[in-house]
Design a protein around this ligand. Structure first.
Ligand SMILES: Nc1ncnc2c1ncn2[C@@H]1O[C@H](COP(=O)(O)OP(=O)(O)OP(=O)(O)O)[C@@H](O)[C@H]1O
Ligand SMILES: [Mg+2]
Length: 397
């Protein structure tokens, strides 16, 4: 995996609060570096604990932790100030013109999705730079991460709107030069910045949906709530065509734990392990035991990496297909969408505008763009085959 930018591997760890995402991400990063992969680990959580876990001081700029291992605790305010200042300044000016107080980078930084967008832009930067083989992302607890991972889909819609609005403002201003306007106009630099963001978002979406290089690993504990939450995340991520490649069950009690309290705990755990298999097989599942000592610092992280990966390659790709794919069979076009834990009754389908199909699954709704070849195709219906929902189309000619 050292043939440059093309093969850069991106691994995103996600899971409920406190299950061990940061620890597992740090353990993976250390092991990757040790094996010679040029590795960078990035923490996207606002409450950073990556530095603590690695037992090094990290910052909003990339630092080298040791040979082959760089790390970054993303700070959105720092990103706004250094990378997006022209947009920030414009929005501030715009707000002032509307009688709203000057808006600060700190205030803009709280816009939803900004943080993950910034993180994903780093992924593009790393890909273009070609200086890393593996990028590992440690994320905040589930809910937010899921929203953030679907951000490129949703954000384009916002950016398109914003763009349209600004373009109209510019053209109105041209027509009425001199007379207008109280509104400050966006400079070319601002428009260019926005254009860049839009282009980058397109690329982010591509990178995120490239099952051959970008995958999500879900971390959980053998307990009811994390299992339920992991099931929901898995279903959601499939709907957004993000590839979940494995589960990492962390904090497994060692079977030699003694005492009667432990005995009943172990029995309970066994039940949860069965539940995990029932729900997720044949997804790859890996394990890490609950350590008796504090899990912090290089030594314990390396112990954790041993438990999870043994001698295997921590950057290995465990799943090779996307949850969503097209196939054509006997003149019928089929869209496959992996939809675990759902059945036909949970799903509603509509033909959307702009050659799309709208999939409603439980309380989630997703617009899936269809290939151009299906622009005038008729939607014939849908059926389940195992976990896959298959939507069928027939072309007009
Ligand atoms: N296998 C383990 N054995 C012992 N302690 C562990 C293990 N895994 C994690 N821990 C401890 O559990 C706590 C939470 O772990 P960690 O910070 O990695 O979880 P997280 O999912 O990143 O949490 P957050 O959602 O707050 O970001 C830490 O104190 C960590 O040291
Ligand atoms: Mg964490």
């Amino acid at each position: 995996m050292t043939d440059g930018a093309e093969s850069m591997r991106t691994i995103i760890y996600s899971g409920k609060g406190g299950v061990g995402k940061t620890s597992v991400a740090a353990a993976t990063a250390r092991r990757c570096a040790k094996l010679g992969y040029r590795t960078v680990i990035m923490s996207v959580d606002t409450a950073h604990s990556l530095g603590d876990s690695l037992d090094v001081k990290l910052s909003a700029e990339i630092v080298t932790v040791e040979e082959n291992l760089d790390a970054l605790e993303l700070n959105i305010i720092h990103e706004m100030r250094t990378k997006w200042s022209s947009i920030k300044d414009y929005i501030s000016a715009f707000m002032l013109s509307q009688g709203v107080d000057d808006i600060t980078a700190e205030e803009m930084a709280i816009l939803p999705g900004m943080e993950m967008a910034a993180a994903l832009f780093y992924v593009l930067q790393f890909k273009d730079g070609g200086e890393y083989d593996v990028v590992i992302i440690d994320t905040p607890p589930t809910g937010e991460t899921l929203r953030l991972l679907s951000f490129p889909d949703v954000s384009n819609w916002y950016i398109d709107k914003l763009f349209g609005l600004l373009k109209r403002m510019v053209s109105i201003a041209r027509l009425t030069v001199g007379k207008m306007i109280d509104l400050p106009l966006p400079s070319k630099e601002v428009m260019d910045s926005l254009e860049d963001i839009k282009d980058n978002m397109e690329r982010v979406k591509e990178v995120l949906e490239d099952a051959g290089s970008t995958t999500i690993r879900l971390v959980l504990n053998p307990e009811r709530m994390p299992i339920n939450e992991t099931m929901r995340s898995y279903a959601y991520l499939c709907l957004y065509n993000k590839t979940v490649e494995c589960l990492i069950v962390n904090k497994v009690l060692p079977s030699d734990a003694d005492g009667s309290f432990m005995a009943s705990k172990l029995e309970e755990q066994e039940g949860y392990m069965e539940m995990i298999h029932e729900a997720f097989d044949p997804l790859k599942i890996m394990y890490a035991q609950q350590l008796r000592t504090e899990l912090r610092g290089p030594e314990s992280l390396d112990m954790m990496a041993d438990m999870i990966f043994g001698d295997s390659d921590p950057a290995e790709l465990y799943a090779k297909t996307s949850p969503m794919r097209f196939e054509t069979e006997n003149g019928i076009d089929k869209l496959y969408i992996k939809m675990p834990f759902l059945n036909k009754d949970d799903i509603e389908l509509f033909r959307g505008s702009n050659n799309s199909v709208i999939v409603k699954a439980g309380d989630q709704k997703r617009t899936v763009s269809l290939p151009l070849t299906l622009s005038d195709a008729e939607m014939l219906g849908a059926e389940f085959d195992g976990e896959d929902l298959i939507i069928k189309f027939k072309r007009k000619r």
